[in-house]
Design a protein around this ligand. Structure first.
Ligand code: FAD
Length: 380
């Protein structure tokens, strides 16, 4: 395997796979790395909003997306206490992350990207106009001996998700989780009450967390939640926390929750700064995370992937600090500003009185409702 690359991309979620594909299409030699073996599960509501679907179509991945067989999303139904709010959605799609992420990696490979999974990467210093990347075999030691190797690249993209673990060796990158940030948890079930309809994002909102439920391909119900750590401790785990939030919000119980295989995340909402350094760009959740509302996270990850490609291509020709500045500006203008509405809504969900007032008023204020939906999900 070659050790020197034009571009190394760390993390094969939507941000990393699409960025590596777009850069390979510009003629660069790209290596895409992921510490997990693919296909892999991921805590996520599995909802692609209008903006994400449109963006995939624009870059020629519309057919791939349709071939996943996901459910078209046309409603967002939220329940809190005794109230219910139903909002029409346009052009959303629900696809499991196991399938979507594998298909995006396949498309990257088809465009010339080399993919290695089961290797944990960590970013090192710049030497002789190259950024170093250390690799460690992340498969269980019982199966394979751990091997360390060092690769180099003209440019490294960090798309390794929440908390950007591959940057832990570089002290200039600060990652601050919000003081009261929630933690994520998710699972899939095959048996569930018929009240949870395909095509609808069901959202149960409680005082100490919320649970989103969506039917994905092959009639599987995907469940993704964000809880206060105190709720998880008090009830003894995500299955019970989800059951209590669903019951408080008036959704029917799902007995299969207690036997499901749950995955968790670290603290969710956080900001990363800086998001670029010499021969290094940070994108997707690694650049900062806001609790998503009706399926925005993947859209932001895809947008940042498409935005970064021409900059990374240019950086391969010759590095200039102005490229790092350009990425900071683009990212703030096009991604961070859009995240503000979601951050505001996520904060609002923490106060039951605000939720009750909003759910009472919003149906009478269709223009405000439309503005909120457009703000978080429509393409620009
Ligand atoms: C509860 C919850 C519900 C959500 N619901 C939705 C939703 O419905 N719709 C939506 O659009 N978004 C949703 N999101 C957000 C969405 O999941 C993320 O925004 C999206 O996955 C970001 O993509 P990414 O490519 O930046 O990172 P990720 O998808 O997290 O990918 C990062 C990849 O990097 C790999 N990695 C990590 N460390 C290393 C390393 N050291 N070396 C190599 N590889 C590494 C990981 O294995 C992973 O595959 C939700 C998130 C949560 C927590």
């Amino acid at each position: 395997m070659t050790t020197d690359w034009d571009v190394i991309v760390i993390g094969a979620g939507p941000a990393g796979s699409v960025a590596s594909r777009q850069i390979a299409l510009l003629g660069r030699r790209v290596l895409l790395l992921d510490k997990k073996r693919f296909p892999r599960r991921k805590v996520c509501g599995a909802c692609l909003n209008h903006s994400a679907v449109e963006l995939l179509e624009q870059i020629g991945l519309g057919e791939m997306l349709q071939s996943c067989g996901g459910a078209e999303l046309n409603h967002f139904q939220m329940r809190a206490g005794s109230r219910q709010l139903s909002v029409p959605l346009s052009k959303g799609l629900a696809v499991s992350r196991m399938l979507l992420d594998q298909r995006l990696v396949d498309e990257a490979i088809r465009s010339g990207v080399t993919f290695r999974d089961g290797v944990a990467a960590s970013v090192g210093s710049v030497q002789s106009e190259r950024r170093c990347v250390e690799l460690r075999d992340s498969s269980p030691t019982t199966q394979r001996e751990k091997t360390d190797e060092t690769l180099t690249a003209k440019v490294v993209l960090v798309a390794d998700g929440l908390g950007h673990p591959s940057l832990s060796g570089l002290s200039e990158f600060k990652d601050r989780p919000l003081r009261n940030a929630r933690v994520g948890a998710g699972c899939e079930v095959r048996d569930w009450p018929s009240d949870y309809k395909s095509g609808t994002i069901h959202m149960a909102v409680g005082r100490r967390g919320y649970v989103g439920l969506t039917c994905v391909e092959n009639c599987v119900l995907n469940i993704a939640a964000a809880f206060d750590a105190s709720l998880l401790r008090a009830v003894g785990g995500p299955a019970r926390a989800a059951a209590s939030v669903l019951s408080d919000a008036g959704f029917p119980p799902i007995p299969a929750l207690s036997n499901a295989e749950w995955l968790g995340t670290p603290a969710l909402t956080r900001t990363t700064w800086p998001i670029a350094s010499e021969r290094l760009f940070v994108l997707g959740d690694a650049a900062g995370y806001v609790e998503p509302f009706t399926g925005e996270g993947i859209g932001w990850a895809l947008s940042s992937a498409v935005l970064i490609a021409p900059l990374a291509h240019e950086a391969c020709e010759s590095w200039s600090p102005s490229l790092a500045d350009a990425w900071r500006n683009d990212y703030v203008k096009l991604i961070r500003r859009r995240q503000r509405i979601c951050r505001m809504l996520a904060e609002l969900l923490r106060f039951p009185t605000c939720v009750r007032i909003a759910m009472f008023l919003l149906p009478w204020m269709p223009r405000l409702l439309r503005w909120l939906v457009r703000g978080v999900s429509l393409p620009r």
